[in-house]
Ligand binder design. Structure first.
Ligand code: AMP
Length: 213
């Protein structure tokens, strides 16, 4: 199973990707998480990416493409994968097509998760993320059993800087300007399936399972 998850920030793609990857033993490749790791280790790419990410802007294509290309050299991709947060621009989609062609692989489906802006802003600005395993919680909707602590690994929960309200608005603007073009790109290639993400996570997951088979 080779999938791309597409959709605006806060739509719940990460949560769904983690669940599906666990259920089907797929590699979960989240470029946002990979960039945040690169920043922690203070590599060159990390330093350049940090300022842009904190403002809610996209990191330059060549940096992200290089990270994804390197990820494809690892053996676990052969068993199937979910790309979560990549591609985000048409040049990235074209680079992905070239990487897959080189590996003699083809995408199975591109899953487009959709929800209205008002829902996205409420979801993102209340989101709290685990520092250790990246699981997401929400101050109102998905509270952890113990305040400030991850249910899965006990890690500390925090608010990502780009989840603050002004950065969220910028991320939605960037999404509309750049990432939404990909819906057309993958529709033309007959790969796109749409999922209504404005419902409870379990319902979204059930719809996802039906869509990917
Ligand atoms: P995410 O965790 O997917 O919401 O990504 C967080 C931030 O990482 C984004 O707002 C971008 O600044 C950066 N980022 C993640 N994936 C990409 C990508 N494919 N292209 C450019 N920037 C990205």
């Amino acid at each position: 199973m080779r999938l791309v998850f597409l959709g605006p920030p806060g739509v719940g793609k990460g949560t769904q990707a983690r669940k599906l990857a666990g259920a089907r033993k797929l590699a979960h490749v989240a470029t946002g998480d990979m960039l945040r790791e690169a920043i922690k280790s203070m590599s060159g790419a990390g330093l350049k990416a940090q300022a842009l990410m904190e403002k809610g802007e996209l990191v330059p294509d060549h940096i992200v493409i290089e990270i994804v290309e390197e990820r494809f050299s690892k053996g676990d991709m052969k068993a199937g994968f979910i790309l979560d947060g990549f591609p985000r621009t048409i040049p990235q989609a074209e680079a992905l097509a070239a990487i897959l062609a080189k590996q003699r692989m083809a995408l199975g489906r591109v899953v487009y998760f959709d929800a209205p802006d008002s829902v996205l802003v409420t979801r993102i600005s209340g989101r709290r993320t685990c520092k250790k395993c990246q699981a997401n919680f929400h101050v109102a909707f998905v509270q952890p059993r113990r305040p400030g602590e991850c249910d899965h690994c006990g890690g500390e929960l925090f608010q990502r800087r780009d989840d603050a309200e002004d950065a969220v608005r910028e991320r939605l603007r960037v999404y509309k300007e750049q990432t939404r073009d990909l819906v057309g790109y993958y529709t033309e290639r007959k790969l796109l399936v749409r999922i209504a993400a404005n419902q409870a996570p379990d319902h979204v997951f059930a719809e996802l399972m039906r869509a990917v088979g």
